[in-house]
Design a protein around this ligand. Structure first.
Ligand SMILES: [Zn+2]
Ligand SMILES: [Zn+2]
Length: 108
C-alpha cells in the first residue's frame, strides 16, 4: 500500500501573536510567539486541522516549535538590560530616564 504513506501529521503556524519575543533554543535566532495548529495531510492536501492548546514559540530559521517557558529572551533586550546606566558616584543601577540618582542624589 504505497498511498498509505503519503499522508502525515504536520504542525504549522496558524497565527503569529508576537514576533521576535524570544530566541530559538536550538539556533539562537529570533523566534515568534505563535498559535499553532495540527494538520492531517493526505496527498499533501490538508484534510483535517485542529488548533493547538496554547501559544508556542516558533523559530523562523530552523522551523522548530518549542514551549514558551523554554525560550530565552531575545538577544537585543537581554543586552539592553546588561547595558543599564550606573551612577558615577555610588555605582548603583539607575533607570536611563532619570536625571538624578535616587540613591545619592547626584546629577547623572
Ligand atoms: Zn532555530
Ligand atoms: Zn548615586
Amino acid at each position: 500500500m504505497f498511498f498509505f504513506f503519503v499522508g502525515g501529521l504536520e504542525q504549522q503556524v496558524r497565527e503569529v501573536l508576537k514576533s521576535g519575543v524570544g530566541s530559538c533554543i536550538y539556533c539562537n535566532s529570533r523566534a515568534d510567539l505563535v498559535e499553532y495548529e495540527k494538520a492531517l495531510k493526505l496527498f499533501f492536501v490538508p484534510v483535517w486541522r485542529w488548533p493547538g492548546k496554547e501559544p508556542v514559540m516558533h523559530c523562523n530559521n530552523c522551523k522548530l516549535f518549542f514551549p514558551q517557558h523554554m525560550c530565552f529572551p531575545p538577544p537585543d533586550s537581554s543586552s539592553a538590560i546588561l547595558e543599564g546606566l550606573r551612577c558615577r558616584f555610588c555605582d548603583q543601577l539607575v533607570e536611563a530616564e532619570f536625571r538624578f540618582c535616587p540613591f545619592c542624589g547626584s546629577a547623572i
